[in-house]
Design a protein around this ligand. Structure first.
Ligand SMILES: Cc1cc2nc3c(=O)[nH]c(=O)nc-3n(C[C@H](O)[C@H](O)[C@H](O)COP(=O)(O)O)c2cc1C
Length: 340
């Protein structure tokens, strides 16, 4: 490793753990952690965001769709771009390309994705079947970019190979600057509970920062994660769906302040529509953007009076204006009681 390496400035990444406050991360989530949602979560208190995973093969092939995933605004920083793949040389090329073309604050490697199509080609958690490959990928990526390289992993491929500390030590020795653990195996998928005790064991074993992830659904859960694991950062995925304000709630809990309640329905709808408008502006094709926004509509309207009937209608909308009309009508008829 040359001297130059030590003098490379990485202020965005370095700032993450410099603050006295434990940083809150928006998790990488395919189809969800896109730029408009990342910006919204930053506004509500996410300290760091990570892109959805992008294929190293796709990047190197110059796939337009893959490159579309990578656009971000400066106000999202610090931001990590996450890549996945099973070939160290291709991962290295992809990292170099991401660094040069997009200059994120760090590059995150995905060893967690359990999706069959990815695992079959040894990508994502598929790599966990061959820890030498994990090391080779990390070393190749670290050697190809001056950006900090981080890793997100599960606890193993299956119960037999479950070894979060062994995996974490190899990740650290290979040059990663931070590791996020989702303490389930690939075989677990999303079943059972995330074993937070494995996060604690990793914190005790490593000297790089460990970010805890898995099953945080409320602000109080975030405080419990910090207290029981001693993790250096907290990452949330499903708990953010239709609820970007969970970051504000988590921050309050961590600071020992009263946790603010969920916003009332009119405020929720305002947030939803702002998110939708940004998504329409960001996505190139408005028809596709509306269809892709449907999942968010489902989440923002969960648990509200008359929600089920509203969702049935929302899932058929074709434009942003239809969305606005339906939500305004619902407020009048079900929420504020001013309708007919
Ligand atoms: C819809 C969805 C998409 C996801 N996509 C990714 C991804 O692209 N990269 C990744 O590392 N993890 C991905 N994950 C996993 C999450 O980042 C996180 O590790 C997992 O959901 C556990 O955290 P949670 O309990 O807070 O949801 C995804 C999860 C969900 C639900």
């Amino acid at each position: 490793m040359g001297w130059g390496y030590y003098f490379v400035m990485t202020p965005g990444f370095d700032s993450i753990f410099r603050s006295r406050m434990i940083p809150l991360f928006l998790a990488p989530q395919a189809g969800i952690s896109e730029s408009p949602f990342r910006r919204l979560c930053r506004e509500y208190g996410a300290d760091v965001v990570v892109s959805e995973f992008v294929s190293a093969d796709g990047l190197c092939r110059g796939s337009e769709k893959t490159h579309e995933y990578l656009r971000f605004h400066d106000d999202e920083r610090p931001i990590g771009i996450q890549i996945f793949g099973a070939d160290p040389a291709v991962m290295a090329d992809a990292a170099a390309l991401v660094g040069e073309a997009y200059a994120p604050d760090f590059i995150d490697i995905n060893f967690g994705c359990p999706v069959k199509k990815v695992v079959k080609r040894n990508g994502g958690s598929g790599c966990l079947r061959d820890l030498r490959l994990v090391e080779d990928i990390i070393r190749a990526v670290v050697g190809a970019t001056s950006l900090p390289v981080t890793v997100k992993t599960r606890s193993g491929f299956d119960e037999r190979s479950r070894d979060p500390v062994g995996i974490g030590l190899r990740i650290q020795e290979s040059g990663a600057r931070m590791v996020t653990l989702h303490p389930r195996t690939r075989a677990d998928l999303f079943g059972g509970r995330a074993r937070w005790e494995e996060i604690r064991a990793l914190v005790e074993a490593l000297h790089i920062p460990v970010v805890g992830n898995g099953d945080i659904r409320t602000g109080a859960d975030a405080l419990r994660m910090k207290a029981t694991t001693g993790c250096h950062g907290i990452m949330m995925a499903r708990g953010t769906h239709g609820a970007p304000w969970i970051f504000t709630q988590a921050r309050a809990a961590l600071e020992g302040k009263p946790i603010p309640p969920d916003p009332e329905v009119p405020e929720r709808f305002r947030i939803c529509l702002r998110h939708a408008r940004n998504a329409m502006e960001f996505g190139g094709d408005p028809d596709r953007a509306v269809v892709e926004f449907r999942k968010h509509l489902g989440w923002y309207t969960k648990g509200i009076p008359g929600g089920r009937a509203l969702r049935e209608r929302l899932f058929r909308v074709k434009t942003l204006e239809e969305m606005e009309t339906l939500l305004a009508g619902h407020l009048e008829s079900h929420i504020t009681g001013t309708g007919p």
